[in-house]
Write a protein that binds this ligand. Sequence first.
Ligand code: ADP
Length: 181
Amino acid sequence: MNIVLIGPQGSGKSTQGKLISDNFGMPYISTGDMFREIMTGTDEFSISIKKMMDEGALIDDETTNKIVRQHLERGKYYKGFVVDGYPRSVNQSMSAPFVLDIILHIRVPESISIERLLKRGRWDDNEVNIRKRLSLYNQETAPIIEYWRKHDKVVDIDGVGGVDEIHQLIYEKITNLINGN
Ligand code: ADP
């Protein structure tokens, strides 16, 4: 079973994704991590990826799909995985190189997102970049939820609260889905 995490920046996708990974024994993958790794290279491609990330822009779909496909081909993912950061647009969701079984939608208000990201302070978390990423989220990523809701794939989670409390909500929902309830 493949679980796709969707939520704005700062909604806790990576924190919750890793907890799902630990507690359900499924690998966690993140396109952000893949691109941050690529970005450390010195070739032209790596430099172009770093520039896009620095600007808070999205990497093009063709490159992103290719990176995800290659990543999946290299590891043991046939039993399912939890994915963070992909798909990031309806187009990516329709051309994904895997089946989207569950879309776990973590909702948080924008004020909380911004507050958490500024506290996190990752290299690309400056206020201009954050606003741009959040606006791209609203324009490009959020429509994935409405699209896949029609196919009954979406599970909504309230992402405001403590890490353990939110994990508990997610744990119950996933367990019910696994058991066919
Ligand atoms: P955040 O959710 O805070 O933006 P991520 O680690 O998910 O952090 O992504 C960091 C950056 O990596 C994005 O701003 C974007 O440039 C790039 N990126 C990650 N996933 C994708 C994707 N699916 N499509 C295009 N670009 C992506």
